[in-house]
Design a protein around this ligand. Sequence first.
Ligand code: DC
Length: 212
Amino acid sequence: MIVAIDGPAGAGKSTVARKLAERLGFRYLDTGAMYRALTWLALREGLPLGDPEPLGELARRSPVVFDEVGRVFIAGSDVTAAIRQSRIDQVVPVVARHHPVREVMRERQRELGLQGNAVIEGRDIGTVVAPDAAVKIYLQADPEVRAARRQKERPDIGADALATDLRARDKSDRERMQPAGDAVLIDTTGLEVDDVVTRIEGLVRERSLATS
Ligand code: DC
């Protein structure tokens, strides 16, 4: 069974998806980490980030690998911490926008999703990567709350710069951020992580009972 968790940056996807996967005993797949890792590698290789084809080729020959504790590897390097730096936040939407890159990533995400029960988080999981997912969730939250959450994860960045970054990323990600028509929308603005996880867990269990 696949549980798709989509939504914008700071809506709570990663925290919720990771906890949900733990509770259900499902694998957890962070598709944003794949775009981030490719961006890290492109910067290291000095590839122009505006060129779709070379980036698509780089993605094809350098698959992103996750180990069993969630570390992220690309081209033999452990990039788990490096991909969370603000220099990556700022340019990852440019890389994620290219069709050749998305084609490679989506193919790989489907392969990983086929390996059994999984919680997959991203932007286009319920719409494109796994349109048949048993449960689709779209998380959202007020912009101020999303910026405040990001600030906690990026204490080195000023609040204004961070809010501006978030707005720029939203604008660029927007075309891929539409909720699937059959997604359950959850506004996490005033909710605790555990409450969100429990609500989704309930939906997953209902769905498993309905199909068993
Ligand atoms: O969720 P995140 O901030 O780690 O995502 C990093 C970038 O990758 C962000 O610009 C959105 C993009 N992304 C995407 O286009 N499709 C996905 N399935 C996941 C992330």
